[in-house]
Design a protein around this ligand. Sequence first.
Ligand SMILES: N=NNCCOCCOc1ccc(-c2cn(C[C@@H]3NC[C@@H](O)[C@H]3O)nn2)cc1
Length: 447
Amino acid sequence: MAIIQLPKDFQWGVATAAYQIEGAYNEDGRGLSIWDTFSHTPGKVRNGDNGDIACDSYHRYKEDIKLMKELGVDIYRFSISWPRIFPTGRGPVNSKGLEFYHHFVDELIANGIEPMCTLYHWDLPQSLQDIGGWANREVVEAFVEYSTFIFKEFNGKIKKWITINEPWCISFLSNYEGKHAPGNHNLQLAVTISHHLLLAHGKAVKAFRNLGIEGEIGYAPNVEWIEPFSSKQEDQDACHRGMGIFIEWFFDPVFKGKYPDFMLDWFEQNGAVPEIQEGDMQMISQPIDFVGINFYTGSVGRYNKEAGLLEVEKINIGYQTTDIGWNIYPEGFYKVLNKINNQYGNIPIYITENGACYNDEVINGRVKDEGRIEYLKQHLTSIRRSIETGVNIKGYFAWSLLDNFEWAEGYDMRFGLVHINFHTLERTKKDSYYWYKKIVRNRWFEI
Ligand SMILES: N=NNCCOCCOc1ccc(-c2cn(C[C@@H]3NC[C@@H](O)[C@H]3O)nn2)cc1
């Protein structure tokens, strides 16, 4: 057995997102989001699940904060529901929605837990989707107005800010692969949206700086590792593209002020180009204070002309998988963190999401989720390895505090340290909750 120790100043957290846990979808003036529309559309979400009630955290947030406090976490990553603040995306503020978040943030702080706020975690007001959504530059301006309002409202209370969560999911998964809201299948649309998301990020950072808001700001891309099947150039190139759509496409504009040529060329060969206007790249590459990295899985990939847009085929070579079918690949976590560190400089990194889907149920009042504990051990070990090779990792957020609405997978796929009975909304701490509580306290574990 080996002892793995994390630094004394390493920050420990848990993460959630508004649409996945809050419920109260039509309460206290909240407007509809694209995920209300998408989840209410038959065939889009497993079992026809939706976020109408979710974990009912809108009403039970004090109970959830008690769970975080007992866990001993330093920090809690949550998102604000844009349509709960601006029901139509712009215009009159919904005072009850704003009041909820003030009470919520005050309760966190009163319990000694630092809030980290994600401004956009996929729940675009439907009214803005009705005018084209993120494909419309007007929505970029609406996001800046929303962000500016929130910055001013919570300045001094919230000191860690994330602009956009997982731009790859918002653009390509949702508008090319069509698997998430709003469910389009158009590469040009996805590329246009990816550019507007980056522009929205940059403009929000600019506003944050101009307003003199206290604290630090970043964004939270999701990344995967794809290991080349062989040293053949075609396999290396295919994996470069497969990772490039997550990494270089969303990191180069922010850290280098330009899109990666190999991805620009590839998209152009497929009929899609980003609609870049004068000044956009300067705006996007506003300096940021940290980058949030969301990592879940990796795979082995090889060139296959028939394997979709990027011509990279992911090969099942027998890796163990979690209950959602994703490979367990901690080596890929170590590799992708070092790749990012080598390519973009020693930027401060928070692991803003990492966790495992295991659908263990409550048996005699207990949830024996050993698989999740093992996954966390392996991935925290990759973090320790990366820190020792010089990667500037400042903290870790387990995804997720609660079992919740896992988007198109609905409630069947459980990522929580706390089990939710979605009929009674009863919370049950899993074995992994108690394990994580110990690690947060001791900062070491055996593997
Ligand atoms: N990659 N290949 N795509 C081709 C095959 O598509 C099939 C579906 O693909 C994907 C890819 C990635 C995800 C995903 C989910 N989470 C977890 C959430 N993160 C934000 C937070 O809200 C968590 O709930 N992160 N990523 C979902 C589906």
